[in-house]
Ligand binder design. Structure first.
Ligand code: HOZ
Length: 422
């Protein structure tokens, strides 16, 4: 049986999220059956070392006993109340503890919902319409944000999607990532018409591209000067690059933060929050409407809380960072020995690699101009060798606490062989 043909009969494109279709690398997607620790088990009987981790959430590895226990215990009580439960408060308190800037927050069900709601809140709170985002940053697929976006949109070559009304798109100003001059000009021209600036402080949807600290500090200063709300989209980097997210790495506090992925521990949960004064504009305290039937779902809260409790232990991020560094150094060494030009990045448990002559990648055009064909060959070579990387040159990679020396050494050995043929 061909699972992809079967899926395409009833599912649009055969997948429920475009990048999974392998359009960025060619060939057919692999169908997963189960997963444990750092390993995926496929429907066709293969075992693969997983460097996607469900696109970030599985920081403890798949089926971590504490998470499975929390989910199964909670599910015995209820799958959903649609009414408040104390797990939601415990979750909010834990997030605040790990990210003190999130004085108040709201739980939602996906990263898209979190960023969409944060944008509405910023507009409603400031009474301004315009927003600034950056080329190659991806903030989910709501209308205002699907303009020159990254991730699957970039993979498929449709970074600005049809279906976004021009009247709405004209309020979204898209600038080059890490381009301080472009931001200064936009603020000089539009100043107090700008409701918010949203960005991934470490972009993870155009491969991995860290923001320069000077760039982020300039955004902070300009936003403070003009009363603009600074939103850090930490759906990917939250609890991934450090316990306190990218805002802790840089020591720069945004006004609002969006979270997803790890905060749900593999279940659909996300959050947005920040300064209490801004959050007081959300209904029922204030006039900006936002709601959700499954928001704060108890099973999702249980999975997320168990995950956050297990990352909040001494040495967790030191270990995660060291093993991710080991992987990245191994990949870079393999590329160097094969004379394949490649730039690498790593922060905490997140990594990226780009086939480029540039030593460092800091701008979207460097990723867009990289050797995508070489990435495709590398991806398939690694897959054949039992290593599952993101099927797109525009995505980042993730290491979990369950990855050990054995997995990393096996990955680097595979990379050495594959690089020889690139
Ligand atoms: N946009 C997600 C990664 N940046 C991919 C989501 C998915 O395919 O699950």
């Amino acid at each position: 049986m061909n699972h992809f043909d079967d899926a395409r009969e009833f599912i649009a494109g055969g997948v429920n999220s475009p990048v999974r279709a392998f359009a960025g690398v060619g060939g057919e997607p692999v169908f997963m059956k189960s997963a444990k620790g750092a390993w995926l088990h496929t429907e066709d009987g293969r075992e693969l070392i997983d460097y996607i981790g469900s696109w970030g959430p599985m920081i403890l590895g798949h089926c971590h006993p504490a998470v499975i226990d929390a989910v199964t215990t909670t599910a015995q009580n209820s799958l959903s109340f649609g009414a408040p439960c104390v797990l939601e408060t415990r979750m909010a308190r834990k997030i605040h503890e790990l990210m003190p800037q999130m004085e108040k927050l709201r739980m939602v069900s996906s990263g898209t919902e979190a960023t969409m709601s944060a944008i509405r809140l910023a507009r409603g709170h400031t009474g301004r319409d315009k927003i600034i985002k950056f080329e190659g940053c991806y903030h989910g697929h709501s209308d205002s944000l699907l303009i020159k976006a990254g991730s699957g949109a970039l993979t498929l070559g449709v970074p600005s999607s049809p279906g976004v009304p021009a009247g709405l798109a004209e309020h979204t100003i898209t600038l080059s990532f890490n381009d301080t001059d472009a931001v200064r000009s936009a603020f000089n021209e539009l100043g107090e018409q700008i409701a918010c600036v949203i960005l991934e402080p470490i972009a993870g949807n155009m491969n991995m591209v860290p923001g320069d600290v000077e760039f982020l500090q300039m955004l902070r200063d300009e936003c403070t000067r003009t009363g603009t709300i600074l939103i850090f989209d930490e759906v990917m980097t939250g609890f991934r690059v450090a316990k306190g997210g990218a805002q802790a790495v840089y020591g720069i506090a945004p006004d609002l933060t969006t979270l997803g992925k790890i905060v749900g521990g593999g279940m659909p949960a996300a959050a947005f929050g920040g300064r209490a004064e801004i959050m007081s504009s959300i209904a029922p305290d204030g006039p900006v409407y936002q709601a959700g039937t499954l928001s704060g779902n108890p099973v999702a809260m249980a999975a997320g809380l168990a995950t956050l409790e297990n990352i909040d232990v001494d040495g967790f991020y030191e270990d995660l960072s060291a093993k991710t560094r080991q992987l990245v150094d191994g990949l870079k060494g393999a590329a160097d020995d094969a004379s394949v030009p490649m730039a690498v990045e790593q922060e905490g448990g997140m990594f990226g690699f780009v086939f480029t002559d540039d030593d460092k990648v800091r701008r979207f055009d460097q990723v867009a101009g990289a050797d995508i064909e070489r990435f495709r060959h590398f991806f398939h070579g690694m897959l054949d060798a039992g290593v599952y990387l993101a099927p797109s040159a525009f995505e980042a990679g993730f290491v979990s606490a369950a990855h050990g020396d054995a997995e990393i050494e096996r990955t680097v050995t595979a990379a050495r062989e594959v690089m020889k043929g690139l």
